[in-house]
Design a protein around this ligand. Structure first.
Ligand code: ADP
Ligand code: ASP
Ligand code: MG
Length: 407
């Protein structure tokens, strides 16, 4: 059972979650609960680091950020003790979550869960601080934002759990972010492939790595509410009926920027040089477009996370002589809207309908990117939410979700 930040934000909510954990234990389940930092704790710790340093050292950042989860975990154990349950809290390191050494976005290499198994065998409720592990160099690491989901799935896989329940502040995975689309509907089931695309394109309800992990290790994943008892959304293997829904969900993100390198030579090796410079600068490049302009010159545009824009521009400025580009421009006011659906594979016309809908809203498309089950457009950030609502209406997603519920 994993509980997110909002679900443990204050003493009342910690007690509510302790009640949910106790209920499961009383039913006879063996319970391992992973908890996130309370409320906005992680954001506050990040801000605090930037108050004392312009470029906080990543190793020390992990020491700092990992404390948020540790606090929740100890408090949860205390709340369970008061209900008469024996509970033991563990840091990521104590839980045996071994990662690589990439501070602030470490990858889990292995889970050595012996200590947790012993605690479970001794009939304790086991509590684990999410979002963190220990590197092979024995340093504390964190797993990237939203990383407690990944901790939970990794532990579920290592322990051979029957299910990994991700408890959060919404009732499941919806057809779109319910904060943006008030009539978004809960999806009863979503395939791994769809969920991967949704998570990658901005649906923060599950972290991308947690979905990858669940798919690779066959962990049954159930996203549900911390506050209500109803069934949420199951993330499962794709079944044939899932293809009936052409579009199942819309994801969006507003924290992106676009860079254009114009007037580079249209010859082999240029794109490679641009991308190598960015990779060396630690920049994650997404959607890439290249087009040939006049006189054997080409323009390259691509998107990067907003908080990596400065590093990206610095890397490219350092290449000015080598690349001999005419101009380097950027736009920090963009966002992305993505339609996802397993049925897109076999149904033409989705792109046409998507673009018609945006045209009717007078929204200009700057870039387009697709996979077999996804279409993404880059548009102005201020138009993102309007685009999401218009598309949700046009594809009638609320009724689509209800239809899925009935199969
Ligand atoms: P937690 O703190 O429990 O990890 P998060 O804030 O990380 O919770 O994720 C839950 C939030 O994800 C919801 O409050 C919701 O606003 C947002 N969200 C975005 N897209 C979706 C979606 N398709 N379905 C459900 N929630 C979504
Ligand atoms: N507390 C961390 C974050 O905010 C991890 C998590 O909540 O999953 O990103
Ligand atoms: Mg989260």
């Amino acid at each position: 059972m994993k509980f997110g930040g909002t679900s443990v934000a204050d003493a009342n909510r910690i007690n509510n979650v302790a009640g949910r954990i106790a209920e499961a234990k009383a039913r006879g389940d063996e319970v391992v609960a992973v908890v996130s930092a309370r409320g906005k704790t992680t954001d506050e710790l990040v801000a605090l680091a930037h108050e004392v340093s312009d470029r906080p050292d990543p190793r020390e950042m992990d020491m700092l950020l990992s404390t948020g989860e540790r606090i929740s975990c100890a408090l949860m154990a205390m709340a369970l003790h008061d209900r008469g349950y024996s509970a033991r809290s563990f840091t990521g390191s104590q839980a045996g979550i071994v990662t690589d050494g990439t501070h602030t976005r470490a990858k889990i290499l292995e889970v050595r869960a012996d200590r947790l198994r012993e605690a479970i065998a001794s009939d304790h409720i086991v509590l684990v601080a999410g979002f963190q592990g220990v590197s092979t160099d024995r340093d504390v690491t964190t797993l990237g934002r939203g990383g407690s989901d990944t901790s939970a799935v990794a532990l579920a896989a290592a322990l051979g759990a029957d299910v990994c329940e991700v408890h959060t502040d919404v009732r499941g995975v919806f057809t779109a972010d319910p904060r943006v689309v008030p009539d978004a509907a809960k999806l009863p089931r979503v395939s791994h492939e769809e969920m991967l695309e949704m998570a990658a394109m901005g649906a923060e309800v599950l972290s991308l790595r947690s979905v990858e992990f669940a798919q690779r290790h066959d962990v049954p994943l159930h996203v549900r509410s911390s506050f209500q008892r109803e069934e949420g959304t199951w993330i499962t293997k794709e079944t044939p009926d899932m293809e009936n829904a052409i579009v199942s969900g819309i994801a969006h993100r507003s924290d992106e920027a676009k860079i254009t390198v114009s007037g580079v030579h249209d010859q082999p090796g240029v794109a490679a040089a641009v991308m190598t410079a960015l990779a060396d600068g630690g920049v994650n490049v997404d959607t890439i477009i290249q087009n040939v302009s006049e006189g054997g010159l080409a323009d390259m545009s691509f998107t990067v996370p907003l908080d990596e824009l400065r590093a990206a521009l610095a890397a490219l400025q350092g290449m000015e002589e080598q690349l001999n580009y005419r101009e380097l421009t950027s736009d920090d006011q963009i966002g992305k809207v993505t339609l996802v659906g397993a049925g897109m594979k076999s149904n033409p016309g989705v792109a046409a309908k998507m673009f018609r809908t945006l045209a009717a809203e007078d929204i200009n498309i700057q870039m387009i990117d697709t996979s077999t089950i996804r279409i993404t457009v880059v548009i102005a950030r201020r138009e993102v939410e309007r685009a999401v609502r218009a598309l949700h209406d046009a594809f009638d997603l609320a009724s689509e979700a209800a239809r899925r519920d009935n199969v």
